[in-house]
Design a protein around this ligand. Structure first.
Ligand SMILES: [Fe+2]
Length: 269
């Protein structure tokens, strides 16, 4: 099925062609076109979820978008409070281009991690109530989510990469949680099997699930004039925890074990 979205192979600093008429024709959950099928109707799953939630779309984008109740889990407000900021889209700092060594360094990263204890319970409830039913089997989850700040004129992560390169075990699913609107040059770009990179167009209340271990992903220089803030975390089915421990994380040297990178206790749906 043809797409109405053109995208460039993204490298840091590349020009980007923003998806055309996204809301009218494209299923944001899978990127497939919502043109009428041969019978004159839309494919059933697109009608059901209108691009958010629902079953996977064969042949679509290499991610799945779903939604949660931001009233029950008010992550943007909780993070803004921890950062001491009123508007997460207005963060500004004149920092050198971030690299994989420096992309966890900004004026807001330390406050995020120091403040996480204040809303850890909300995050845990989110994992149990909103994420667990989607995993569908006992799983471990990343104990402390990873924070991202995508400032205008800069990148949020230093390079396009797979998480396998940073020793993450196969079977992990990454859950990317935007705290501002995200897409285009302030989005997360994910490479599909066709070798093209695309960015989901999402907002607070959405979660993007994808296989960061194997799918190349990264971002472009943010040319929107507005900052993007997000956090992400990973889940791993208990049955897929490697029998032999591998190398630790690159940044924090945490071990990929329960009680290390993962919370000590498994969650069952
Ligand atoms: Fe990654």
């Amino acid at each position: 099925m043809p797409h109405r979205c053109r995208a460039v192979r993204g490298e840091v600093g590349d020009r980007v062609t923003v998806p055309m008429a996204m809301t009218m024709t494209m299923c944001a959950g899978c990127g497939q076109n919502r043109e009428p099928d041969a019978g004159g109707g839309f494919a059933a799953h697109h009608m059901e979820h209108d691009g958010v939630g629902g079953p996977p779309c064969p042949g679509g984008r290499p991610w799945r978008t779903w939604s949660y109740d931001p009233g029950r889990f008010p992550f943007p407000a909780l993070v803004a409070l921890a950062l001491g900021e009123d508007d997460l889209e207005s963060l500004r700092a004149d920092l050198p281009r971030r690299t994989w060594r420096t992309d966890q360094q900004s004026p807001w990263h330390a406050p995020f991690y120091e403040g996480f204890g204040g809303w850890r319970r909300v995050f845990r409830a989110f994992v149990r109530e909103a994420v667990a039913p989607r995993v569908g089997e006992p799983f471990y989850y990343q104990a402390v989510p990873t924070f991202r700040v995508h400032l205008p004129g800069n990148v949020a992560v230093g390079e396009f990469h797979t998480d396998a390169r940073y020793h993450h075990p196969p079977g992990e699913v990454s859950h990317w949680v935007p705290l501002t609107r995200a897409g285009g040059t302030r989005g997360l770009w994910i490479e599909g099997d066709d070798g093209e990179r695309h960015a989901p167009d999402v907002r607070p209340g959405h979660v993007v699930d994808f296989d960061a271990v194997h799918s190349t992903h990264g971002n472009l220089v943010n040319r929107t004039g507005l900052s993007r803030v997000s956090f992400d975390f990973r889940t791993l089915p208990v049955r897929l925890l490697p029998a032999e421990e591998g190398p630790p994380t690159e940044h924090t040297r945490m071990r990929f074990v329960p009680g290390g990178y993962y919370a000590a206790g498994a969650v069952a749906p």
